[in-house]
Design a protein around this ligand. Structure first.
Ligand code: AHR
Length: 491
């Protein structure tokens, strides 16, 4: 019997709904085809946005979406993406397959997508190849309401009222594709650029996000916090789960048990990153006002055979679901410092929640994890301790279980993942001062490489889970191997 102790009386922090955010880049078939098909498409759409995809994102209650990149952001010139479409400049998407970008999806289209989905926009500005003036004018264009050259231009282009811009990133991966800068150089440039990211509405604050470290580059965090900490609301962190190495990452669907445990071990490295970057941030920001924003995370495998290597199209299995469950549990557990996270990416790219092919769409196992975790959003993290054991192969040991518990509207919400491919575990949860009267539960389970295709789109999906025994202040259940479980408990 595995013991699980939960104390709803001990609240440990607020879980921002933004921890469940997503990211959409002008990369492969994410924006074009995956989201935006244009008004004249045969694929059912509203103002060019695919109806099926928007509906799925609404059901998932996507809270926030990052755009336009990624590496693309630092070569994107926003003025090329406004005004009459036939007059918009075409450009080469040098990072992603060298394809021609026709700029038919720009600022207005992104804001329209957010409106249709009901999510907050997180726009990433171009510091790598753009000017301070260009960045400043974009913010003016999006958010200023009075008479000004940019506000007038926006009105001419059909949008009289300004948009609410919740988050603005000042560059992306400026240590790499965003300009190969040193931390000192970036920190000073950040100070300059962010000065002109004006807040035109005191009641609609733009949260400024500085480019943070690549995985375990702690020196970057130290330098940024020291030089520019007081000018930022958030510092980003990028960390991808790659089972093997960058040269040969491994297949998304054809893998063995060793690769399963290696992938999960590498995913769990996220906890070390959150703790170490968090403690550096604590030195400069003991009140934890600056959020750690994990605005790129997820699996990165070899592309599906026969697809453009620059398009990063990969399938999505129960292994991806497990990676998502572990990471979301970690972000929630560290919600005192982690204020937003955005999985890469929304549709047809890397660890996507949705895949499309022509007019068809499938929801991936990762989609279902986000859907199951919804209840944590805007809840209070509560104290919980699970007695785990180490499993896996000799070189790839991981804990058998991952969990998180939160409290919202008088209800207790638990998510738990069983990382073990063979064994189920009997769990006995003891709840302090909480007599359970009702429990609703859902489960996602399947073989390690189970996935949904356009022919078999219902292979992996959530089911109701009834096998929960209630006994006053105790709850017991058996969690099957390779599964993710979500329980809502009511008094
Ligand atoms: O998500 C794909 C790419 O990964 C992004 O463009 C970049 O920021 C990161 O290296």
């Amino acid at each position: 019997m595995t013991k699980y102790y939960i104390n709803p009386n001990v609240k440990k922090g607020h879980i921002n709904k933004e921890l469940h955010g997503n990211f959409s880049e002008h990369l492969g078939r994410c924006i074009y085809e995956g989201i935006y098909v244009g008004e004249d498409s045969d694929i059912p759409n509203v103002n060019g946005m695919r109806k099926d995809v928007v509906e799925a994102l609404k059901n998932m209650e996507l809270p926030v979406l990052r755009w336009p990149g990624g590496c693309f952001a630092d070569e994107y010139h926003w003025k090329d993406g406004i005004g009459p479409k036939e007059q918009r400049k075409k450009m080469i998407n040098t990072h992603w397959g060298g394809v021609i970008e026709d700029n038919s999806f720009g600022t207005h289209e992104f804001m329209e997508l957010c409106r249709q989905v009901g999510c907050k926009p997180y726009v990433c500005g171009n510091m790598g190849s753009g000017t301070v003036q260009e960045m400043s004018e974009w913010v003016e264009y999006m958010t200023f309401d009075g008479v000004s050259p940019m506000a007038d231009k926006r009105a001419e282009n059909g949008q009289k009222d300004s948009w609410t811009l919740d988050y603005f990133g000042v560059g992306n991966e400026n240590w790499g594709c965003g300009g190969c800068m040193t931390p000192e150089y970036y920190a000073n440039e950040y100070r300059r650029y962010q000065t002109y990211v004006r807040n035109y509405h005191p009641e609609r604050k733009i949260n400024k996000i500085a480019c943070g470290p690549n995985a375990d580059d702690y020196e970057w965090t130290e330098t940024l916090m020291k030089i520019a900490g007081r000018f930022m609301d958030g510092l980003s962190l990028h960390y991808y789960t790659i089972p093997d190495d960058w040269a040969k990452k491994g297949s998304a669907t054809q893998f063995d048990q060793d690769s399963w445990y290696r992938t999960l071990r590498k995913t769990l490295h996220m906890e070390t990153l959150l703790k170490k970057h968090g403690s550096i941030m604590d030195k400069y920001d003991s009140e934890k006002k600056i959020g750690l924003v994990v605005d790129e995370w997820g699996t990165w495998f070899d592309v599906e055979e026969g697809t453009n290597p620059g398009f990063l199209y990969q399938q999505n299995t129960m292994r991806d679901a497990m990676v998502a469950a572990i990471n979301l549990n970690l972000f929630q557990k560290h919600c005192d410092r982690v204020k937003m996270a955005n999985i890469a990416q929304l549709v047809n790219v890397l660890q996507a929640v949705i895949l499309t092919e022509g007019a068809e769409m499938v929801l991936t196992p990762t989609y279902y994890v986000f859907d199951m975790y919804k209840q944590h959003r805007e809840g209070e993290l509560i104290d919980s301790n699970l007695c785990t054991e180490q499993i896996g192969s000799e070189s790839e040991m991981v804990p058998n279980l991952s969990e998180c518990a939160s409290w919202k509207d008088g209800k207790l919400f638990i998510t738990m993942a069983n990382l073990d491919l063979q064994k189920s575990y009997d769990i006995e949860a003891e709840l302090a001062d909480f007599t359970v009267k009702d429990c609703k539960a859902r489960i996602l389970k399947g073989k390690m490489n189970a996935h949904n295709t356009f022919d078999t789109s219902q292979q992996v999906k959530t089911e109701t889970f009834d096998a929960v025994q209630l006994g006053g202040g105790k709850v017991s259940f058996t969690i099957p191997p390779c599964s993710v479980l979500a329980l809502t408990l009511e008094k």
